[in-house]
Write a protein that binds this ligand. Structure first.
Ligand SMILES: [Zn+2]
Length: 123
């Protein structure tokens, strides 16, 4: 793992825009849900148009149907007897089910997944 300074990144402006829209979505979720959904859908459109990969941990925080950032105010979490966690979006009613496993980690959370760290400077 190496740290390099001021490396030029392809689609830097798009990354910054996607980052801004994610933060705006997070900020507006629970306060103005339709605006938060708009920011989320804009972010997904930008990502698709520029063929950017969004980290799966970020994807898990967004509702798949309406793209709102899932917080305790915008979603409900429940656990079934079969060890299934269910996150239900309060806005559109979409339910996301996933198996609960304490030992499971996303690949992006593993230390080996980091190939290179890049420090981006504003100029
Ligand atoms: Zn939703």
């Amino acid at each position: 793992m190496s740290v390099k300074k001021a490396k030029t990144i392809h689609n830097k402006e798009v990354f910054q825009r996607v980052n801004f829209l994610l933060q705006a979505n997070k900020l507006m979720a629970g306060k103005n849900n339709s605006l938060a959904c708009y920011y989320g859908s804009l972010m997904k459109q930008l990502q698709k148009k520029s063929v950017l990969k969004i980290d799966s941990s970020i994807k898990r925080d967004l509702c798949k149907r309406c793209s709102i950032f899932l917080t305790p105010t915008t979603s409900e979490i429940s656990v079934t007897e079969e060890s299934l966690g269910i996150i239900k979006c309060n806005r559109c009613g979409y339910e996301k089910k996933y198996p609960i496993n304490d030992y499971y980690k996303l690949w992006s959370e593993e230390k080996e997944s980091i190939v290179e760290e890049v420090i981006i400077t504003c100029d």
